[in-house]
Write a protein that binds this ligand. Structure first.
Ligand SMILES: NC(=O)c1ccc[n+]([C@@H]2O[C@H](COP(=O)([O-])OP(=O)(O)OC[C@H]3O[C@@H](n4cnc5c(N)ncnc54)[C@H](O)[C@@H]3O)[C@@H](O)[C@H]2O)c1
Length: 421
């Protein structure tokens, strides 16, 4: 049976805010706890910093009683707590669980019998059992007896209007079957379908399988793009043809590299876990990492070749980059490969400017790059144009292109002057 009551969502980012919004909608009394005072005061003022949630939606949440706060005492009365804090990599590439630790310690300080605590942050298998449970039990309460604890991988796809939080099946895996029951009841009131995993480890691993699958398949087509170019084969046409097979094939597309919070980061959580616990490498992830990470430099080399074909040197050339976010039609720049492409071109001596309808300022290393407002004029004034992101606005660009060479890394343009990756 679905439950309702008092919910605290910890971490009000791309994952936590949509969850809080849905819970408010279905009648939960929701506090959003975040350590970032700026985020909390912006939300309290009715502003949104997340692509999928509009300012109007934030205002509607506030009208229905949503309370963004930095004050952890809201945990005192919470029936359910969901942790949606970041899980980045440390400087040496190892999992950085400091935010999960901090959030779990805050929960433990206010834990009380009857509470359900769910971790949604992507992490290596074993985190819920080995990290979250001991931190919670430091409160003196026993997980599975006094409090329930589960993992539910987050599957938000920012900008996806078809598959949302509500109609994307939600996986839940508890520390005990009773914990899974409780998590199933909670999410059953928020989403259309809840899927029970055998336990927390299986739920954690599900997310990593999904992301590693994407990572490896993107690396596969990125590697193919390199030799298809040499063999004068249009890989996008190949993928379109292969996609007509009604079974056994899912299309993935090449590009200038991988970005965002998930694909470049999460598989490292898994390979690090395999290496430290078992002592051997997770070779698929390492190979995919190597191929995808080499793409920005490859794009820069293709730009160099393109200029060369037009009798120009990259040094001193005016290179215009179109679309610098990690994903089409999304403002999020986290881990965007555009940064590495720009840096590689700058290293080769190019003067780099950018255009992006969703980004007002963009910094590469210590330099704030010039942003062009007037796209047609800027394209005509460039020596080379590099399309890095398939934003909606660029899909019709082909009718407006000046006679300047253009490298399309996303395969959305065709015609004279356009070279695909
Ligand atoms: N963004 C996505 O598309 C996506 C998709 C799938 C999974 N995930 C995973 O979900 C988790 C959250 O990602 P996100 O994109 O929402 O991150 P985010 O950076 O957008 O938001 C995280 C929020 O948590 C806050 N925070 C950090 N430490 C905190 C603490 N100790 N207590 C309270 N708040 C704290 C930050 O201030 C920030 O507002 C990560 O593990 C990520 O890998 C993200």
């Amino acid at each position: 049976m679905a439950e309702s009551g008092r919910l605290v969502v910890i971490g009000l980012g791309y994952v936590g805010l949509p969850l809080a919004e849905r819970a408010v909608q279905v009648g939960w009394s929701v506090h959003g706890l975040d350590t970032c005072a700026r985020t909390v005061s912006a939300l309290a003022a009715g502003e949104s910093h997340v692509d999928d949630i509009s300012a109007a939606q934030v205002r509607a949440m506030l009208d229905r009683g949503f309370v963004p706060t930095t004050d952890e005492s809201c945990l005192d009365t919470a029936d359910v707590v969901v942790i949606c804090v970041p899980t980045p990599l440390s400087v040496d590439g190892a999992p950085d669980l400091s935010a999960v630790h901090a959030a779990a310690q805050a929960v433990a300080r206010h834990a009380h019998p009857g509470q359900l605590v769910v971790l949604e942050s992507t992490t290596y298998p074993g985190t819920t059992e080995e990290v979250l449970v001991p931190l919670l039990e430091a409160s003196g309460l026993v997980v599975g007896v006094d409090v329930h604890c589960a993992f539910s991988p987050e599957r938000i796809d920012p900008g996806n209007a078809v598959f949302t939080l509500v109609n994307t099946p939600k996986i839940v895996g508890g520390i005990t079957p009773a914990c899974t029951d409780r998590a199933e009841a909670f999410y059953g009131g928020l989403v259309d379908t809840v899927v029970r995993a055998k336990g927390a480890r299986e739920a954690e691993m599900t997310k990593l399988l999904e992301n590693t699958y994407r990572h490896v398949n993107i690396a596969l087509v990125n590697e193919m793009a390199r030799f298809c170019h040499e063999l004068r084969i249009d890989l996008w046409d190949v993928i379109a043809c292969a996609s007509t097979k009604p079974f056994g094939f899912s299309p993935f597309f090449p590009g200038p590299g991988v970005g965002g919070h998930c694909i470049p980061i999460d598989p490292n959580y898994l390979s690090h876990r395999v290496k430290t616990n078992l002592g051997f490498p997770f070779r698929f992830v390492e190979l995919a990492q190597e191929i995808n990470a080499s793409m920005p430099a490859y794009v820069a080399r293709r730009v160099q070749d393109l200029l060369n074909e037009h009798g120009k040197a990259v040094k001193g050339s005016r290179a215009l980059l179109l679309g610098v976010t990690y994903k089409a039609d999304i403002a999020d720049q986290r881990e965007s490969p555009a940064t590495a492409v720009a840096a590689a071109l700058m290293d080769l001596g190019a003067d780099v400017a950018f255009h992006d309808p969703l980004v007002s300022t963009w910094q590469v290393r210590d330099l704030v790059l010039p942003r062009v407002d007037h796209l047609d004029r800027a394209m005509a004034d460039s020596d080379v144009i590099v399309l890095l992101q398939a934003h909606r606005d660029y899909r019709t660009l082909v009718d407006r292109l000046p006679s300047v060479p253009l490298l399309d890394t996303r395969g959305i343009l065709s015609g004279p002057g356009v070279t695909r990756l």
